[in-house]
Write a protein of this length. Structure first.
Length: 893
């Protein structure tokens, strides 16, 4: 006993080399002592050594600590020491221990001890039982231990706690504990317990967690609640984010109105004092994130619309606008308020009109859109605020053609210009700014002003820009954009302009016509605008296309690759949406130009490079912009959606043109070879005819000479020879006529063969489409066959209980219909009948494995009732192939 007293009295001064021996002695005493006081003293000593000697205590004393929790459950001190010792073992983030003392300690030692502890589910149940203890220290240590286990192995501990019937109720009871310390720790426990687990979140929501959390918030207040309010808002956001059922429960319980009422005091507090504490800013930011979780674009549109209407009714939009218009608002709070306002009005015309009708408290009063654009084009404004303003502007215009038309109308020329700054002036001024970031923001804002609006795209062609000098004629917006993309030193601005031009020209042939009609000289801008509808004024046109081709060919480096890819996309848009109004630049001519200077395959490959860029992959995930520095601003989310749609059309058009050109080249080569063969045959026949004619002339000459030499006595013989020569001449003439007739027949046959080839080509394409439909039907029928084959058969009792009139039973000999005969051969009009459907040869003599399976099984009554009558049209029959892959072919009876 003196030895034990010495160790107990100097536990903090034990030498390092004697620590393991002391722990072993204490564990032995804890296991063998019969008096509660001795076990309590041993547990106190083990707890004191558990911080410095985590490894030794965990490996030697953990089973004893677990045993003490069960054996001495009535002794609150022993339980408290045991729970505290377990917390020290599993805590990997202790900062009150000298790092030099943590020698040879693994970084994940706490996780290893947690896995050992939860291997026995009874251990977790024992710990849960202490949440009902009357001792405050025991309850708090229990909560801390559960939090540590959830931090170290969340998934496994969540499953164990979920299997406990009273775990959630005990956790919820901590929120109503009269001790604030227990209540605050209970909030942290629920935060870790509900993290990334939808089922637990739903259970907690049905335990009236919203009411309890809002009661705490209303009691503490947002400004004075401190970190407790932050934990409440974080827990609410975690339960609501991405959980549609909890969001509907939150909305139906009218908890959104209570939060909106709490937020009404924020503008008043900003007017009183802008010097907020950091904790208060965090609390308000989390409150705004809760509102954003209810109207997130990832939620169902119907649910988002109902929440947006609720926010408008409870006055949240007015409170958000007051916060945005308040002076001296911190940048973080202003950014979150702008994002919240944008998502609260996205796709909701009533909310959009309500915000657009708001005015800023200035002299003279300015509309909301103008105020937002002024902030966006301000170069001295913080980048996060400018991105939030652009997102809010995009949400105001999303799906609302009326507001888009109002913005574009400020760009069109008017007789009387108001003195106040308009949205169009701000957008044009920012678009032509020397600051690349401002130009990018303005280009993206212009993109959203005409997004998916054909009429406004055509209206934008009438926008005229004032010249730099008073003597020059005004230039069009298209011409001015062409001038800006020619400036190679403004890469970021060029990327924004190319996105704007791609959006403008897609699905708008008039804009493509205007772009292809651009001239390289500035003095032709006004004449080009007047003569844009004529085809004969094409001299000097195509400057924009030439510049785009040069950009595609000069693609080097990461940033220039993006520019070249966007230029390639713009060239593809000019091909796809070309109305052939510019002479020499119709679709076929452009494809020919591209094939000569770039190559069709290279252009399609260059367009597809955007999908692999990191900037495109980062932006396509979220609608809101994410950038830590200005150079990270490359693509817009809505443009990425448009790009995927247009890229498919461009690639399809170029691939079709490439295949057509290859087929046309092959046909031309075949026809050329056939023509050469006919020409060679004609040349041979002409040479033979000339030889025969020369022979006739020579014979006539010889005949004349012989007639002159022999005189009149030989006239009879000469007459006979003359008759022979004339017969030979007649035969030669007949052969010549036959040859000419044969040539005509061959030429006719050539035309017939060419026509038949075109007909067969058309029928071949139709058959390919038919084969594609048959493959789709085969896939569907195979899926249905697998589904039917995998359905479990009903028990015999269920068959007996089924009415015969409703579910007729099949007789044993009628369980499987006889296989259908092999399909008849295809008609002679089909092209290449020797090729089977899908490339597999049917085996008519091979039995269907599915039919063999059904021979020994009785068809259930439910399936028999659904079997079609025999007089109906025969269903497709599947013939398995002889290959090991078990391919099947569809044949029609």
């Amino acid at each position: 006993m003196d030895l034990f007293r010495r160790y107990l009295s100097t536990t903090t001064e034990v030498p390092e080399d004697a620590g393991a021996d002391v722990i072993e002695t204490l564990v032995d005493r804890l296991q063998t002592s019969s008096r509660v006081e001795d076990r309590r003293d041993s547990m106190r000593a083990i707890k004191a050594l558990s911080k410095r000697y985590r490894l030794e205590v965990g490996t030697q004393a953990m089973p004893s600590c677990i045993e003490a929790l069960s054996r001495d459950s009535e002794d609150s001190d022993t339980i408290s020491y045991a729970l505290d010792a377990l917390c020290n073992m599993m805590n990997d983030e202790r900062t009150d221990v000298d790092p030099r003392e943590l020698v040879n300690i693994p970084a994940d030692l706490g996780k290893q001890f947690t896995e050992i502890f939860i291997k026995e589910p009874e251990n977790v149940q024992i710990v849960l039982s202490f949440l009902s203890s009357y001792d405050m220290h025991v309850r708090r240590q229990t909560i801390h231990l559960l939090i540590l286990m959830l931090q170290n192995n969340r998934k496994a501990v969540q499953d164990l706690l979920l299997s406990s019937p009273m775990a959630v109720s005990k956790f919820m009871a901590t929120l109503s504990d009269p001790m604030e310390v227990i209540r605050n720790d209970g909030l942290l426990l629920l935060l870790y317990f509900t993290k990334n687990h939808t089922t637990i979140q739903k259970i907690v929501a049905f335990e009236n967690v919203f009411e309890r959390i809002l009661s705490i918030v209303e009691t503490e207040t947002v400004g004075e609640g401190g970190v407790v309010i932050e934990d409440c808002f974080r827990l609410l956001h975690q339960i609501l984010a991405g959980n549609q059922q909890n969001q509907m429960l939150f909305k139906d319980g009218r908890f959104a109105q209570r939060l909106a009422k709490i937020f009404e005091n924020i503008p008043l507090e900003l007017e009183e004092s802008c010097a907020w504490s950091a904790q208060k800013l965090v609390n308000v930011s989390w409150l705004l994130k809760i509102f954003r979780a209810l109207v997130s674009p990832n939620n169902k549109s119907q649910h988002v619309r109902s929440c947006q209407v609720e926010m408008q009714a409870c006055g949240l939009l007015n409170s958000l606008w007051k916060v945005i218009m308040a002076g001296g608002v911190p940048a973080d709070l202003l950014t979150e308020a702008l994002y919240t306002l944008g998502e609260a009005v996205r796709g909701c015309p009533n909310n959009q009109e309500a915000v657009v009708a708001m005015v800023a408290p200035s002299e003279p009063p300015q509309p909301a859109i103008t105020v937002l654009l002024i902030t966006m084009v301000n170069e001295r404004q913080q980048l996060a605020v400018r991105m939030a303003v652009l997102y809010c502007f995009q949400c105001l215009l999303s799906g609302n053609s009326d507001i888009q038309a109002r913005v574009v109308s400020t760009l069109l020329p008017k007789r009387t210009e108001p003195c106040v700054t308009s949205a169009g002036q701000l957008l044009c001024g920012g678009l032509f700014s020397q600051d690349s970031v401002t130009a990018w923001f303005s280009a993206i804002a212009m993109l959203h002003s005409i997004y998916q609006n054909q009429q406004l795209k055509e209206s934008l062609l009438h926008v005229q820009m004032a010249p730099a000098s008073g003597g020059d004629a005004p230039v069009s917006l298209m011409q001015q954009c062409f001038r800006l993309i020619c400036q190679t030193n403004r890469v970021q601005a060029k990327v924004g302009l190319l996105q704007f031009l791609c959006t403008w020209m897609s699905h708008c042939p008039a804009a493509v016509h205007a772009f292809l009609s651009l001239r390289s000289g500035n003095n032709h801008a006004h004449q080009q605008q007047q003569d844009s509808s004529t085809k004969n004024n094409s001299v000097g046109t195509g400057a924009g296309l030439s510049h785009l081709i040069a950009d595609v060919l000069s693609g080097e480096g990461e940033e220039i690759d993006i520019v070249s890819s966007l230029s390639a996309m713009l060239i593809g848009i000019c091909v796809c949406y070309n109305n052939s109004a510019v002479e020499g630049y119709d679709g076929k001519s452009l494809i020919s130009i591209i094939d000569k200077r770039i190559g069709v395959d290279d252009l399609v490959k260059r367009v597809g490079q955007i999908f692999r860029s990191d900037e495109f992959i980062r932006v396509i995930k979220h609608p809101e912009l994410e950038a830590s520095k200005p150079t990270d601003l490359v693509f817009d989310f809505e443009f990425t959606r448009l790009f995927k749609e247009v890229e498919f059309e461009v690639s399809t058009r170029f691939r079709r043109a490439s295949s057509q050109s290859e087929e046309a080249g092959a046909d031309a080569n075949a026809q050329h070879e056939m023509l050469l063969a006919y020409q060679r045959a004609l040349a041979e026949r002409d040479a033979a005819l000339q030889n025969l004619q020369l022979r006739v002339i020579e014979l006539e000459r010889q005949l004349a000479c012989a007639h002159h030499d022999n005189g009149g006595g030989q006239r009879g013989a000469e007459h006979a020879a003359d008759s022979d020569l004339r017969g030979a001449l007649a035969q030669t003439s007949e052969r010549l006529q036959t040859a000419e007739k044969r040539i005509a027949e061959l030429e006719g046959a050539l035309k017939t063969v060419t026509q038949e080839k075109e007909t067969l080509k058309s029928e071949h394409e139709d058959l390919l489409l038919l084969l594609s439909d048959q493959d789709t039907q085969i896939t569907s029928l195979v899926a249905q066959l697998e589904k039917v084959s995998t359905q479990p058969q009903k028990a015999p009792n269920e068959h007996q209980q089924t009415s015969p009139s409703t579910h007729p039973q099949l007789q044993p000999e009628q369980t499987v219909p006889t296989p259908l005969p092999p399909p008849p051969p295809l008609a002679t009009s089909c092209v290449a009948p020797q090729y089977p459907v899908g490339g597999y040869t049917p085996l008519p003599n091979q039995t269907n494995p599915f039919e063999r399976q059904l021979e020994n099984e009785q068809i259930p009554s439910s399936q028999a009732a659904l079997s079609p009558p025999q007089h109906q049209q025969q269903q497709p029959v599947f013939y398995p192939s002889a290959s090991s892959d078990e391919h099947i072919r569809l044949a029609f009876g």
